[in-house]
Ligand binder design. Structure first.
Ligand code: XMP
Length: 518
């Protein structure tokens, strides 16, 4: 979808920090896309990038399986910046030599830059104190013909290189990581000074371009969208609504497994404040009936997932055959074709709640956020006027509270968990921790323990508190919440929620535990 005029293309050779390069460039208001390393020359030409970045990667250029891009990339006349492996590959392909260094260089290094280099414009030449971050085994040993040294460090004499006449640059260090204190200068010099980009990629411009694009794609057709109340579906709905107004209908399926007040706050914002057409399907009984007596977590997930599709499909059919598109809140990390030595492969979000819908319903997909990272989605949401409370809502799983009630679900157990959960959220928000952690919630355990209240012995439920810090939910650590906050949550739950006499705090990280208990 080539809807952004000026862009930088990153060719991914498998580095852990490839996404970070993209984010750093976007922070400078320049649009940037990640593609697999073996993107064809014609495809690159068609994308017409202002510049190319060859990412780092875990391989040695001499590995038999090493990812090798088309060497003609260096002759396209497009400015190129090679980072680490990318710089080594550039050297090799241009006729230089790369060697395995006797010692891996990993960590901080001091860089001395040379006066004439555009990549280091604005930095003081000859000063040896520019801290950069190195992480490489191989290093550039002999420069390729036409190349010169642009900067040097103690262990990497060719720490940065540039071609004398062509617009080719390479750095051994990683400008995208925070430890490289001049990283932003280097990336800015590349995208603005060398590639000539303008800082024009803002969320405002994104909204304008995307709205125009949605209009052109959809024409007079009708679009449906599953509104869940999460950030991604809310921003998708708001953006599509801005583009095509009444041609969009959202379907909100209330499965009875939401947190207290959530359905009401979502519906009141969207249908009352924005005028968006929202069909509210009350499926509480439908789901509770189907979940009755079901203890196995995977069975619960399937019942909820398939049940959702069944209801959504039925509602969509009622809208008639004019519905041709399904709008969905897919984000960039879900679609980046990551490089792998088995060949580039699309990463599909494993927990996608509406997975399967487009095929079943023969709908075309509309994914207006598929180029954005989560923080950018939040900015777009704010730009569209969605309340902060909805924008900064913690992630919430599709199967909802069903996977936080261990064992079989009953209306009574749901009631207990909801009350405990409200207390957790209230206290987390009151102390400002709600936004600091990734997720925080209560879990109702399937056991009872002995307690004493007044003069009486009790035998009641246990609630576990789970709060984790994470950047992407792939790994997570338990939050080091203050004891007085935990104490207050515990006291309040035991005093205010009937049927609970014990609260415990989950101190396991992921892996080996997961964030949810089921
Ligand atoms: P786990 O428990 O796998 O959770 O460490 C990782 C993230 O995914 C969420 N999660 C789900 N989301 N459907 C969803 O939409 C699911 O079945 C599901 N299971 C877990 C979880 O809340 C966390 O953010």
């Amino acid at each position: 979808m080539a809807i952004h005029d000026e862009k930088i293309i990153i060719l991914d050779f498998g580095s852990q920090t490839t996404q970070l390069i993209a984010r750093r460039i976007r922070e400078q208001k320049v649009y940037c896309e990640i593609h697999p390393y073996n993107l064809k020359l014609d495809a690159i030409r068609a994308l017409a990038p202002m510049g190319l970045i060859l990412s780092g990667g875990p391989s040695s250029v001499y590995d038999p399986e090493a990812p090798i891009s088309d060497p003609e990339i260096l002759n396209l006349g497009i400015p190129v910046l090679g980072i680490c492996y990318g710089a080594q590959l550039m050297t090799l392909q241009a006729g230089g030599r790369v060697e395995r260094a006797c010692k891996r260089e990993f960590g901080k290094a001091d860089l001395t830059v040379f006066a004439t280099d555009a990549l280091f414009a604005g930095l003081e030449p000859g000063r040896a104190e520019y801290q950069v971050w190195m992480s490489h085994g191989d290093r550039i040993e002999t420069l390729a013909p036409g190349f010169a040294i642009a900067a040097t460090s103690e262990h990497s004499p060719n720490a940065a290189i540039r071609h004398e006449h062509k617009n080719l640059h390479g750095v051994q260090f990683h400008p995208e990581v925070a430890h490289t204190l001049i990283g932003t200068d280097v990336l800015r010099n590349f995208i603005f000074g060398i590639c000539g980009c303008q800082p024009a990629w803002t969320m405002e411009s994104f909204v304008q371009t995307t709205v125009a694009h949605i209009r052109a794609t959809v024409g007079q057709e009708q679009v449906i969208c599953a509104l869940s109340g999460g950030v991604d579906s809310s921003v998708t709905a708001a953006l599509v609504h801005r583009a095509i107004g009444d041609q969009l209908t959202c379907i909100y399926v209330d499965n009875g497994l939401m947190r207290t007040g959530e359905t009401e706050s979502i519906l009141s914002y969207f249908s009352q404040k924005t005028g968006l057409k929202v069909i509210h399907v009350d499926a509480v009984k439908f789901f509770l009936d189907r979940l009755q007596g079901v203890e196995d977590p995977e069975k619960k997930r399937k019942i909820i997932g398939y049940g959702f599709i069944e209801i959504f499909e039925k509602e969509a059919h009622k809208l008639g055959a004019e519905v041709r598109f399904l709008a969905q809140g897919t984000l960039y990390p879900d679609v980046i074709e990551s490089v792998s030595f088995k060949g580039p492969s699309a990463v599909i979000k494993s927990h996608h709640n509406v997975g399967g819908l487009p095929e079943v319903m023969k709908l075309k997909l509309l994914e207006p956020l598929r180029e954005l990272f989560k923080d950018e989605v939040r900015k777009v949401g704010l730009e569209l006027g969605i309340p902060e409370e909805a924008i900064f809502r913690q992630p919430f799983p599709g199967p909802g509270l069903a996977i936080r009630i261990l064992g079989a679900l009953t209306a009574e157990r749901l009631h207990i968990l909801r009350q405990a959960d409200v207390i957790v959220l209230e206290e987390m928000k009151r102390t400002g921790y709600y936004r600091k952690v990734w997720q925080s919630f209560a879990v109702l355990l399937p056991i009872q323990t002995v307690g004493v209240m007044g003069d009486e012995r009790t035998y009641e439920n246990v609630v576990a508190i789970r709060s984790v810090d994470s950047v992407d939910a792939m790994t997570a650590d338990w939050s080091k919440l203050p004891y007085d906050l935990l104490g207050r949550i515990s006291t309040r739950i035991i005093n205010e929620v009937r049927g609970v006499n014990r609260v415990v705090y989950d101190i396991s990280s992921k892996p080996p535990s997961t964030i949810e208990w089921e």
